[in-house]
Design a protein around this ligand. Structure first.
Ligand SMILES: [Zn+2]
Ligand SMILES: [Zn+2]
Length: 559
């Protein structure tokens, strides 16, 4: 059904980003022209063991490759650009983004050795791009990274506006004001449909200005007697700027640690989005040569990630930096839902080694504000754009619902609000919208270098392994008569502590022997059935004894 090719009308759908946080990818199609907005990734849930990242299923776009006019990027966050190195491999189309966004993309493509084969066009908020029968223009928005834009798409059926991620910040850190006048102007010209960021649709009020974080950071720096270590998102360049400013104001040298942080600082400085005094930065090696009150460290690990620099410092396993009693550690970020426990654990660990920790979801100390608009910001956007139809995007189902209610409250008619899942198609013709057929969507799991080669069965195996361990049963048979020459030998990992379970394993051994004898007497010699019999008998026995279901792997060898 995905091969429905020519749509005479205007249609809008998501390949990712609805009922989830991450892998944002929205599609606008008019006739034979397809425009894609963003190509993000998502970090895997706990149930996706061993999976590195998740990207959208782009089957529809690959099947309609000749119609795809380009991918427009709203800003440089991973959930908007992170899928590109994988997606462009199958879908070689031009990409459009602002200077900073493109700088971050180019770094990714260079690492993936794809820089030369990708057509990249740098835009600014004054650019106008013809994409087949559609025309794209842009407006600046405030977000936790500079150079973020919303997209206005003029189509023959009407105007479609996509906000990207945004909030309204009246005192932005880098002077990059949102183009509110432009939004109002677009609204005045008439908008058929608005797609708007729902991340904070459940939060009342306005989202605070990023500048307030700078004031709080500065206050903590002022009081600190020893070293100051700030953990924040590598993706939040405004926050990074404010840490730089606080360090510089208090005459501290700043060391940057964590691969992604170093990378963003370099790109930000190179492209002019970070202003860093020339003598401010030091190498982590130099930290111990300076007095403690002259040092600040900016690090990744605000989410308690096991391998991050801060977590390793807290555990005493970082090669260069150790947390010392009296150090001040600032978590200038809130835990993303799901990370609360690991953050709490890292905070505990830091207190144990004697650090003064500034955390608590940032609210108490004001060392974090969101980059996404709260309810009043969202209403303001709706009032500026004044769309006829509304599709809330970027968010889990309840956030989309909450955003829908906000839209109603500012006067959008309830029947004109479309709460969608990925793949739900909204069609517009003669100024009217309705649900159309469904587009294929899904998650493509990326495990190391493999793209999409890990499916449900592999995941099920990993889940079993992680929960109940594995049992390997090795039996050697004689080639001529099928008699057991050696074994069964049972090797287990992650299942039971072998020394305390000798009896259990002995019994397991006997069960295998019995099963093999039974099979022999029944003339079963086919390996597959032999293995199945062993697995079934052993699994039943182990479950009765331990209430666990380890993965059982029979290996039969013939000599
Ligand atoms: Zn973002
Ligand atoms: Zn986002």
């Amino acid at each position: 059904m995905t091969k429905n090719n020519s749509r005479s009308k205007l249609s809008i759908f998501a390949l990712g980003g609805l009922d989830e946080i991450g892998k944002n990818m929205y599609v606008v199609q008019y006739g034979d022209d397809i425009v894609v907005i963003d190509a993000g990734l998502m970090f895997p849930g706990e149930e996706m063991l061993g999976i590195d990242i998740v990207i959208p299923d782009i089957t529809y776009l690959v099947e309609n490759q000749d119609k795809v006019r380009g991918i427009l990027l709203t800003h440089g966050h991973e959930d908007h650009i992170g899928g590109l190195p994988y997606i462009l491999r199958e879908l070689n189309v031009p990409i459009y983004g602002t200077k900073l966004t493109m700088g971050l993309v180019e770094h990714k493509l260079r690492e993936a050795h794809m820089l030369n084969q990708t057509k990249r066009i740098v835009i600014n908020s004054r650019s106008e791009i013809k994409l087949g029968s559609m025309k794209a223009s842009f407006f600046k928005v405030n977000h936790s990274i500079p150079d973020a834009v919303g997209v206005c798409l003029d189509t023959p059926e009407g105007r479609v506006v996509h906000t990207g991620d945004f909030k309204f910040d009246m005192t932005p850190v880098n002077g990059q004001d949102a183009e509110i006048h432009k939004m109002a102007e677009i609204g005045k010209r008439g908008v058929l449909c608005l797609l708007s960021d729902s991340t904070n649709a459940e939060r009342p009020g306005f989202t605070g200005s990023e500048r307030t974080v700078g004031e709080s950071l500065e206050a903590v720096f002022r009081k600190a007697k020893q070293r100051v270590i700030v953990a924040t998102f590598a993706s939040n360049i405004h926050r990074i700027q404010q840490v730089v400013d606080a360090a510089s104001m208090h005459n501290r040298k700043l060391a940057v640690v964590g691969r992604s942080m170093v990378n963003v600082v370099n790109i930000g400085m190179e492209l002019g989005y970070l202003r860093v005094p020339s003598d401010l930065l030091i190498d982590p090696d130099e930290i111990n040569r300076l007095p403690a009150h002259k040092v600040a460290v900016m690090s990744t690990g605000s989410q308690g990630e096991a391998m991050s620099a801060l977590t390793r410092m807290a555990n005493g396993s970082h090669r260069k930096i150790e947390i010392l009693p009296g150090d001040t550690v600032i978590f200038a970020a809130t835990p993303i839902p799901g990370n609360e426990r690991s953050v709490a654990h890292t905070v505990d660990q830091l207190f144990r080694v004697g650090a003064n920790v500034v955390y608590s979801a940032g609210t108490q100390h004001g060392v974090h504000v969101s980059g996404h608009g709260s309810q009043e910001d969202l209403k303001l956007m709706l009032n500026l754009i004044k769309p006829k139809y509304f599709i809330p995007i970027h968010g889990e189902h309840r956030m989309l619902r909450a955003h829908g209610q906000l839209a109603e409250s500012v006067g959008i008619r309830p029947e004109n609000i479309f709460i969608c899942d990925n793949g739900d198609l909204v069609e517009f013709s003669s100024g009217k919208a309705r649900y159309g057929s469904k587009i294929q969507t899904g998650k493509v799991l990326i495990d190391g270098l493999g793209v999409g080669d890990v499916g449900n069965i592999v995941l099920r195996d990993r889940k079993l392994l992680s929960q109940d361990g594995i049992l390997v049963v090795v039996v050697t048979l004689a080639k001529n008569n099928g008699k057991v020459l050696s074994g069964p030998d049972i090797i287990s990992r992650g299942f039971v502590y072998v020394r305390e379970s000798e009896k259990l394993l002995e019994e397991a051994n006997r069960i295998v022997t019995q099963t093999m004898e039974k099979c022999a007497s029944e003339q079963v010699s086919e390996w597959a059935s032999l293995k199945t019999s062993i697995r079934d008998a052993l699994s039943k026995f182990l479950y009765e004894k331990t209430k666990r279901r380890p993965m059982i792997l029979p290996i039969i060898m013939e000599v």
